[in-house]
Design a protein around this ligand. Sequence first.
Ligand SMILES: [Zn+2]
Length: 89
Amino acid sequence: MFCSRCGAQLPDGAEFCGNCGQQVADGGMGPVSVPPAMQPVPQLQTAPAGRKRRLVAVIAVAAVAVVALAAVAGAGLYFSGPSTGFSGA
Ligand SMILES: [Zn+2]
């Protein structure tokens, strides 16, 4: 058999390539055959969560903008009010 990564010739039954270290257990001789189909499953579950997080982020940004506007308006009222008293004192 040959390494699927570097193409080095390996003895039959070898689980790892002696040249590059690539796992080459694709002959089905041993029980070492983890199906890679189990890995993309959590990625599909994170897709809707990312959408929800994006919506939450938009709402948070809007809330921060409203708070900032209120703070600016409040500061403007605060500084326009006591400013005359401060200058007088
Ligand atoms: Zn190799």
